[in-house]
Design a protein around this ligand. Structure first.
Ligand code: F6R
Length: 357
């Protein structure tokens, strides 16, 4: 039920702080341990490489998951779009572990890969919001997202939940390998939940950004570097699928290799800057587009060197910034679609779970 909300999407955006707190509660063990099936821990320890398989928004969460697992647990990770992987399988390592990320657990493209890798005898873990789903039943292990039913076609709370669970999994593996981490995932996720809440209280600001940048445009670009690039991909997908504005997300450094040709007077460019190591490089990319007439909106994180950014989001741990920086992008997409009289919860041509290949 939507309750007092005009749309499920807005309700689900607002639920994100609760979902993160629910995940903390579900995965918090005794004396600061993480509560996780020991078989899953062992499967991570046994793997010489992790292959993350997913589609759409879940694929974008997988890209962030790669950073988390590689940086914390130091296991190489590849992230693949399911429909590409199944027809064009890359050379696999000797002891792969497959992680399927799927909100619905019913996505046919992902299932096709799961069937293939099970035939090859490889272990598989599904991270899903629906524990009894096909991908959950057919994999060896399941991690539950605890996000509650997601009704709007555009995925929001499942995406942040996926990244929260991936962070917990990465930390658990790192600890099992005996690595000393200065990263308490539950404490850091609690900070994230508060930051999301603060952003959800600023809906008028996001609505203003949607008005200022997107009310008449036909296209919009999202740029970022590293983990911000991955969030840009998600921002671009969210905006295009519900507002029908043509969008593209790409790495800041790639601009000059082609896309910059599309920048004209007034073209909206949304830039993300949450990472210290790329703060200056991404700002110089913004300068490149502004000098060609772009209408640049900079969304940055508190604590970084900045001047006149459009929106500054609260500071959280480096690896968890996507859970926070995506919130304005979800809300901007929502209001842009609303202003265009689009059917926010049920965009044309799309279904909530894609059960055909
Ligand atoms: C976008 C969206 C889709 C899904 C994709 C995978 O908002 O919802 O891109 O993320 O169809 O779905 P699941 O996660 O159910 O496998």
């Amino acid at each position: 039920e939507k309750g007092t909300y005009p749309h499920f999407m807005l309700k689900e955006i607002d639920e994100q702080p609760f979902v993160i707190r629910k995940i903390i509660q579900e995965y918090q063990g005794d004396n600061d341990d993480i509560k996780l099936e020991s078989d899953i821990r062992q499967a991570m320890l046994d793997a010489d490489r992790v292959y993350i398989i997913a589609c759409g928004t879940s694929y974008h969460a997988g890209l962030v998951g790669k950073q988390m697992i590689e940086k914390l647990a130091k296991i190489p990770v590849e992230v693949h779009v399911a429909s590409e992987f199944s027809y064009n399988m890359p050379l696999l390592s000797e002891k792969p572990l497959f992680i399927f990320i799927s909100q619905s657990g019913e996505t046919a493209d992902s299932r096709a890969v799961l069937v293939q890798v099970k035939e090859m005898g490889y272990p598989a873990l599904t991270i899903t919001n629906v524990p009894g789903s096909t991908l959950s039943r057919e994999a060896d292990y399941t991690l539950h997202l605890h996000a509650g039913p997601e009704i709007a076609v555009a995925s929001t709370k499942a995406y942040t939940a996926q990244m929260a669970v991936l962070a917990i999994l990465a930390v658990d593996t790192a600890r099992a390998k005996g690595y000393e981490l200065d990263f308490d995932p539950m404490k850091e996720l609690a900070i994230v939940a508060n930051a999301i809440e603060a952003l959800c209280d600023q809906k008028d600001v996001m609505e203003g950004i949607a008005k200022d940048y997107l009310s008449t445009t036909r296209n919009c670009f999202f740029i970022g570097r590293g983990i911000d690039y991955y969030v840009g991909l998600e921002g671009a997908l969210k905006l295009k699928e519900i507002s029908y504005i043509q969008t593209e997300g790409f790495p800041g450094g790639e601009l000059k290799h082609g896309t910059i040709a599309l920048i004209e007077e007034g073209t909206p460019v949304i830039a993300l800057a949450t990472q210290e190591n790329v703060n200056y490089p991404i700002r110089s990319n913004v300068q490149e587009v502004v000098s060609r007439g772009a209408n640049a909106c900079i969304i940055s994180m508190k604590g970084l060197d900045q001047t006149d950014d459009t929106l500054v989001v609260p500071e959280v741990h480096d690896l968890l910034t996507p859970l926070v920086s995506v919130i304005p992008l979800q809300l901007i997409a929502y209001y842009a679609a609303l202003h265009r009289d689009c059917d926010v919860d049920k965009p044309r041509n799309l279904a909530k779970s894609v059960t055909v290949e």
